[in-house]
Write a protein that binds this ligand. Structure first.
Ligand code: ADP
Length: 359
């Protein structure tokens, strides 16, 4: 008896360690064993559940979408038809943690040493996250191909026009060359962004952190952004504090992050507007704040939570400038993942936006 008891306790311990939900029923569709994951999923009391009919334990649990009763019916069906089949798999949608989740369910019949039916084992594996990741990967690939196709198509089209001699005069030819050059630049920026993001995400980026003078870095960003601001008649205001501020950072990456924000501010501000770049210290939090404020179109409230998603572009602002929707994702990765800083965003439609980061 002691041996049997020890063996039983051992199998219970093993069952408890399984993260998937496991239910084992006997020849009367009553619960023999279950693990805490199953008790949580179907919200029953594990200690009081043994020998209770499975139909009762699974009665309309999981948000009442019929998942529990369906499983109880499948277990019962499995017992009745064990002579024909001893393994079955299915997919269930069950409410858990406040959302509908997808479970891979496998049902197996247990046959004892004397070839007698002993029970049914039901195992439920939550594959919601795996499904989400696989969908994200598919979406990413289709987005990338789509984004690459746009500049490539125009390069191809203009090259064909030139080859076919459609550009009659030097002026038209020069215009076509410039378009091809600009689209090729866009293509290479896009590929750089994709590679940078995936390098950061896979942890393969080499980060060279050393003290960086943010004042000088921002001056350089302002200088580089000046021509495009001037082209759009946008006033670029330098509000970088004269106090010397230094921070431990990867200079190239922070430069890229700041430049992304400034070029976005210019892109999404109509002609005649103003873009201010500031650098200040926040003593209370011991942070340095880099802020880029514009008097641009602003961002609708419902778009705010998607801004940092890959390839996301605000529908209403798409026509203002070309873009891929990767800039802010890369900036966020640089600031939050590489430098453990935080992004700052606020915006009002029609008034303007402030993007920035704290290090
Ligand atoms: P994009 O290449 O489209 O500029 P980003 O990831 O840099 O991609 O930005 C994502 C979207 O956020 C942009 O398409 C734009 O709609 C919006 N956005 C970014 N910065 C601003 C800004 N300063 N003002 C208004 N909208 C902005």
């Amino acid at each position: 008896l002691r041996l049997a008891d020890a063996q039983r306790r051992q199998s219970q311990i093993m069952l408890q360690g399984i993260s998937d939900a496991v239910l084992i029923t006997d020849g009367f569709d009553e619960l023999l064993l279950a693990n805490p994951a199953a008790a949580t999923l179907f919200s029953f009391d594990l200690a009081a559940a043994t020998k209770k009919p499975i139909t009762m334990l699974l009665a309309d649990k999981c948000g009442g979408n019929g998942g529990g009763p369906r499983l109880a019916a499948d277990i019962s069906d499995m017992r009745q038809n064990h002579a024909r089949t001893n393994r079955r798999t299915a997919e269930y949608q069950l409410h858990s943690d406040g959302k509908l989740r997808t479970f891979s369910v496998s049902l197996s019949c247990v046959i004892d040493n004397s070839d007698q039916f002993a029970g049914v084992v039901a195992m439920l594996h939550d594959r919601t996250r795996e499904d989400e990741i696989s969908k994200m990967k598919t979406d990413f690939v289709s987005h990338v191909s789509h984004e690459l196709r746009t500049p490539l198509s125009s390069i191809k089209a203009y090259a064909e026009l030139l080859v076919d001699g459609e550009a009659q005069d030097d002026k038209t030819r020069s215009e076509f060359y410039h378009i091809i050059q600009a689209e090729a630049d866009r293509l290479s920026r896009l590929i750089d962004n994709i590679l940078n993001i995936s390098r950061i995400e896979s942890g393969m980026t080499r980060v060279h952190k050393k003290p960086v003078a943010l004042n000088g870095l921002l001056k350089q960003v302002l200088e580089v952004a000046m021509p495009s601001a001037r082209d759009k008649q946008i006033t670029l205001v330098d509000q970088v504090s004269p106090v010397f501020f230094s921070v431990d950072a990867d200079r190239d990456m922070i430069y890229q992050a700041a430049l992304n924000l400034v070029s976005n501010a210019i892109k999404y501000t109509p002609a005649g507007g103003t873009v201010r770049v500031s650098l200040a210290a926040e003593d209370a939090t011991n942070e340095l704040l880099i802020l880029v404020s514009d008097t641009g179109v602003g961002i609708p409230a419902e778009a705010m939570k998607h801004l940092f998603e890959k390839f996301y572009r605000v529908e209403q602002n798409k026509n203002m400038a070309k873009g891929s929707g990767l800039g802010l994702n890369l900036t966020q990765q640089i600031v939050e993942f590489i430098h453990k800083g935080r992004m700052i965003v606020s915006s009002e439609v029609g008034k303007g936006s402030t993007f920035g980061f704290a290090l």
